[in-house]
Ligand binder design. Sequence first.
Ligand SMILES: NC(=O)c1ccc[n+]([C@@H]2O[C@H](COP(=O)([O-])OP(=O)(O)OC[C@H]3O[C@@H](n4cnc5c(N)ncnc54)[C@H](O)[C@@H]3O)[C@@H](O)[C@H]2O)c1
Length: 406
Amino acid sequence: MSAKFRVAFIGAGGRSGAYARHYVTRDDIEIVALADPVRHHRRFTIERTGIKNSPEEYDDWRAMLREQKDLDGVVVITPNYLHADPAVACLERGLPVALEKPLATTKEDCERILDAERANGGRTLIGFVLRSTPFYGKIKELLEKRAIGQIVSIQADELPGWGVSSIMNRGLWRRFQKMGGGALLEKCCHDMDILNWTMDARPRSLNSFGDRLIFRPNPALPLNCDECGVATQCKYFRKPVFASFEDESEQELHAYIREDSRCIYNIEKDGVDVQSVNIEYENGAVANFLMNFNTGGERASRNFHAVGHKGRIWGNMAENKVYWFDNLKNQLEVFDTRGDGSGHGGGDQKHAMELHRMMADPNYRPEQNAHAGYLSAVMCFAADISRVERRRVDLAYKETGRVEIR
Ligand SMILES: NC(=O)c1ccc[n+]([C@@H]2O[C@H](COP(=O)([O-])OP(=O)(O)OC[C@H]3O[C@@H](n4cnc5c(N)ncnc54)[C@H](O)[C@@H]3O)[C@@H](O)[C@H]2O)c1
């Protein structure tokens, strides 16, 4: 191992900052290479996060892996449908991988990653940052202390603000099932993981309903925001992120700007914007989850409410408080769960440093691993089958660790 951990990034878009800006503050990590086909995105990541050394830049991650012989770890932050190939290649090289969520957009790709990990003794950190937040950390701690006894039910929801709704429904790849894997997978594989983690049991059956109910075509509005008289009052209108990097020659850059300048109602897309999932766990406990993109303000963000034999735990993540009601004592206790100010309710910094832990200790295996990513992704695939086919879907666990969706 070199004196500094040598880290490479595959993908240098919006999410890259959540890792890079924490690594640049460390004197034992160096970002030595970035692979992204769009030069402006690489420049944006370097300049925005203050990477001072001059990392090697590559259009193609395969060339980067060929040339960068002494890497200690890799962060894979490509669009969802492009997770599997780079993740498998890094695992085959024996590198610890921080792979953004969701694991992949198809069950086959998820299983390719699991196979590569197993065959090479590899280690994957999946981007489940919520596990690193003080909010869910406190909930998990209380549940492990059996503060409410045996869990009977969890009710949870993800009600993202306007900005996230805009990215989800207008973004270049997220708005298409084929690239994002569906709104539930892209946005709420996190929440499926939190349900599994807090239940500490495997999901057995799911039912799901949902549709595109909010961002439907509106003939009263033009397709392009710059022709729309109400664009600046629209909650979903955002100035294109990459607009400050004007360069007529870069087609991909302009694709980003163009897509970001289109009406959230009229832009072509194929995802749902409201979806519920009802889950039965193997221990008999049940969970009820709701995703809805038309939210903002009080009580938006993530809500969680667990009921057990001895009490209840609840909270709203944006409020930064966890409430615990003890039935026997008839007493309410409130915990402050404010974090370190990093993104995702204080989860981003701790999460990014998990890769550091993996590089420093070859025996360290994070709990938010490829298998956790697989289970949550399979739940999203199963929920979409249930929603489309209008039926209950069962999950059968094989001895190989694979899950069959029935
Ligand atoms: N953990 C979280 O909470 C969280 C939050 C945001 C995004 N994400 C995940 O991070 C990933 C990236 O999201 P984003 O918001 O940065 O998207 P983005 O569109 O802003 O960035 C994706 C980047 O990948 C690049 N890219 C495309 N093809 C590539 C290839 N073949 N090789 C290398 N790079 C390529 C694009 O040019 C772009 O710069 C997604 O999987 C997303 O789900 C996770």
